[in-house]
Design a protein around this ligand. Structure first.
Ligand SMILES: *Cc1c(COP(=O)(O)O)cnc(C)c1O
Length: 474
């Protein structure tokens, strides 16, 4: 076990150690990642950092202790409500991220259902098959049932099919603007009508798109209406720590009115420590991330967001145009914004991901169908030509590799595919283990063949991943 050092390190020693820890981290400043970090440049980053530091110790747990935080939170909510077509009735909260915003909207729907419908069973929420796992997490935590609506060929849900799934226990419909994996916006308008007709709540998950779509629309890109301007929409989530460029730990959850938001709040009035009231999941709420969200919106400004959105969209189109020229790979469906996925009919797209990895690009693997994910951020503008060159090389290499692999055991392929779905850190862990059992080594995931013996008889995939996660967090 590790011990707290008996005698504290010097600042120099400490930072030398921590900087050494970073050596294998994603290189987001150079745009080598296509997820996780959204980098708007040093100027904005430094201002947001300064704001975070200024409120580093403050705690938004009690809204009367720090009026500064309360005012900033209210302003961030209000600016967001304005951006998303809200009015004077629109209210909301700042949360730590998209997941917490979604947890809150699902909990709100449960409480709303309790009050407004005489439910005989678990309340149900109808979500597109492409919706974020945070909805499953919320249903799991709060004991609701998920009704999954399969998506169409274009990865958008069909509103009519969603309507057919409504039962007397339904409380909430969900749509994405856009979905994360394929970057497409569900038919919000049509679903809004259905929500109204059946007197249901309707949440639009604009976690990734919230601080991108309105600016693209303003720039005359074809963006469908997705916000409170659409009749039937009762709540929206939008992450300021993604395309809002705030510090991690900032998302807004907005509701159509106060009556709805009250279902989100939690109170306990019989505590010996006094009356306890809390708007969201967390108790102590870091002032830093509230201040950083406020600073990002105020410092970047509407003009700044337009400029950054334009840069992201230009880069997206450049990359997509280049991909259309590469016969072996295709863009999945017709994404509206700055997220999309690529797939292939003729080669193993995961091999392309491996080859891109060897060339220093970190690209996430997706499934059903096998695909690679791209979320474009402003850091990509200056490296996109290189991305395109390397993608061409990676496709050529993957073509050769795919031929070599023909005839290999189908079961091995299946396990290999499963393993490729693991997040990078887990994947790296397996690779290290694999190198003990295999002479393949190197950066290719083929090394993982060696792990197969190790994994056999270890239960299902969920258990296997929980086991890895458990080991990783020790
Ligand atoms: C990122 C994302 C979420 C979850 O947000 P976190 O900040 O990672 O908790 C939910 N929905 C969509 C569409 C997202 O892109």
């Amino acid at each position: 076990m590790k011990k707290i050092p008996p005698k504290g390190l010097s600042e120099t020693e400490l930072f030398a150690e921590m900087n050494a820890l970073r050596k294998d981290d994603l290189n987001w400043r150079d745009g080598r990642n296509f997820a996780y970090v959204y980098y708007p440049g040093e100027e904005i980053l430094n201002v947001v950092k300064k704001a975070y530091q200024l409120f580093f110790s403050e705690n938004a747990l009690n809204p009367s202790a720090f009026p500064s935080l309360r005012n900033m939170e209210n302003d961030v909510v209000s600016m967001s409500a304005h951006l998303f077509g809200g009015n004077n009735e629109t209210v909301g909260s700042l949360t730590t991220g998209g997941t917490e915003s979604i947890l809150m909207t699902v909990k709100t729907a449960r409480e709303w259902g309790k009050k407004n419908k005489k439910l005989t069973a678990n309340p149900e929420i109808i979500i597109p098959a492409t919706a974020h796992p945070a909805f499953f997490k919320a249903a799991h935590y709060f004991n609701l049932s998920i009704v999954l609506c399969p998506t169409e060929k274009d990865f958008r849900v069909d509103a009519q099919k969603m309507e057919n799934l409504i039962s007397k226990n339904t409380v909430l419909l969900v749509a994405s603007a856009p979905s994360y994996p394929q970057g497409v916006v569900d038919p919000i308008q049509a679903i809004g009508q259905i929500a109204e007709k059946h007197d249901l709540l309707f949440h639009v998950d604009a976690c990734i798109g919230g601080f991108m779509l309105p600016f693209l629309k303003q720039l005359d890109y074809k963006i469908p209406a997705f916000d409170f301007s659409v009749k039937g929409v009762t709540s929206i989530s939008a992450d300021i720590h993604k395309y809002g460029y705030a510090a991690k730990g900032a998302s807004v959850i907005l509701y159509k009115n106060s009556a709805l938001r009250k279902h989100q709040f939690y109170t306990y009035t019989a505590w010996t420590g006094g009356i306890y009231a809390s708007p969201t999941m967390t108790g102590t709420r870091p002032g830093g991330s509230i201040a950083a969200a406020y600073a990002a919106l105020k410092f970047v400004g509407y003009d700044g967001y337009l400029k950054l959105a334009k840069s992201c969209m230009n880069t997206t189109q450049k990359l997509q145009n280049a991909i259309r020229e590469i016969p072996e790979i295709d863009i999945l469906t017709t994404p509206e914004a700055t997220l999309f996925a690529i797939t292939s009919n003729s080669l193993d797209i995961y091999e392309v991901g491996d080859e891109m990895g060897i060339l220093g690009w970190q690209i996430d693997r997706q499934q059903m169908p096998p695909s690679l994910h791209f979320s474009i951020n402003p850091a990509h503008e200056k490296v996109i030509d290189q991305t395109i060159e390397d993608l061409k090389i990676a496709v050529q290499k993957a073509k050769k590799l795919s031929l070599n692999k023909l005839g290999k055991n189908v079961q091995l392929q299946a396990i290999k595919t499963m393993q490729r779905m693991l997040p990078k850190p887990l994947f790296e862990k397996i690779k290290k283990l694999a190198s003990k059992h295999s002479d393949v080594g190197g950066k290719r995931s083929a090394a993982m063949y060696g792990m197969i013996g190790e994994l056999q008889g270890k239960g299902d995939l969920d258990d296997m991943i929980k086991d890895f996660l458990d080991k990783m967090m020790k």
